[in-house]
Design a protein around this ligand. Structure first.
Ligand SMILES: Nc1ncnc2c1ncn2[C@@H]1O[C@H](COP(=O)(O)OP(=O)(O)O)[C@@H](O)[C@H]1O
Ligand SMILES: [Mg+2]
Length: 271
């Protein structure tokens, strides 16, 4: 991992509504290094999607700024073109066009860069090969499984070799085995291609696969933890377990656990 900052937010704030304003995001400062996998977790409504949409220039901040690869978004003349070149998106729903084959779907973002037909096709086939779907190139989305469709969506996100890929609950519609496959694919792309990934998830197992986990609450960054060691991963997983939740809530526990609960809850606070 280099120390090149590929994404930075400064005081990023988004207020929705006028009469009853909701501060969906409240002064978020964030730096993401090239080659990092960052997971954003937090309760429903905490501002995760709002943050991702602002980073991806799909929404405009009320105040503060987003800087992608050294360029403040406010200085970008043609946002559509900038977005197409610099950012890849993966959503919970794959959003593939149903009448296009896998290969044609992967080619879609390349039109923005006016890449010629031959090169477009070759690159799409390479990307499908990269995600293990060369044999599905001519299939329609309806002829593929949920996990395969999401892999096509990942290949499409990589179409223009973006500086950063943003994924909002990319495994939200998948079973746990397929979720593990998709996370393994992201990890391989990270290792082989230096993929920089910002991933929103409410699945702690997904988050534990990241190198860094940010917790958002009420539009603010509450915790920012580097998963430097196996212990931090295990603690994060334990935190979402029934027992971990009980300890965090301060529930009454059997005596043998009550004795160590204060120490554990302190440890869990840190992840
Ligand atoms: N377009 C919008 N208009 C009004 N309120 C919104 C809009 N988008 C999000 N919000 C509100 O902002 C808060 C954060 O939402 P969101 O970022 O979608 O949360 P999360 O993705 O963490 O579940 C919520 O209170 C939500 O109701
Ligand atoms: Mg959301």
């Amino acid at each position: 991992m280099s120390d090149h900052i590929v994404l930075e937010t400064r005081g990023l704030t988004r207020v929705f509504g006028e009469r009853v304003p909701v501060r969906a995001l409240d002064g978020v400062d964030l730096k993401v290094t090239a080659g990092e996998i960052l997971a954003i977790i937090g309760p429903s409504g905490s501002g995760k999607s709002t943050l991702l949409n602002l980073i991806g220039a799909l929404d405009t901040p009320s105040s503060g700024e987003v800087i992608i690869d050294g360029t403040p978004l406010t200085q970008v003349r043609n946002l559509d073109s900038f977005r197409g070149k610099t950012i890849g998106f993966v959503f919970q729903s794959h959003n593939l066009l149903p009448t296009l084959t896998a290969r044609e779907n992967v080619e879609v973002p390349m039109y923005e860069l006016r890449i010629g037909g031959k090169k477009r096709r070759a690159r799409a086939v390479d990307l499908l090969d990269l995600v293990g779907l060369a044999h599905r190139a001519d299939h329609l989305p309806s002829q593929m499984s949920g996990g395969e469709r999401q892999r096509v969506a990942i290949a499409r996100a990589l179409a223009n070799e973006p500086a950063i890929v943003l994924a909002d609950e990319p495994t939200g519609n998948l079973d746990s085995a397929t979720t593990a496959d998709i996370m393994a694919l992201f990890a391989r792309l990270n290792q082989e291609r230096g993929l920089t990934l910002v991933l929103v998830t409410h699945n702690t197992e997904v988050a534990a696969a990241a190198q860094r986990v940010i917790t958002i609450r009420d539009g603010k960054i509450q915790r920012d933890v580097s998963m430097g060691s196996e212990i931090e991963r295990e603690l994060l997983l334990f935190k979402s377990s029934v027992l971990g939740q009980a300890i965090m809530r301060g529930d009454a526990l059997p005596p043998e656990l009550a004795a160590i609960a204060p120490g554990l809850s302190h440890l869990l606070e840190g992840v």
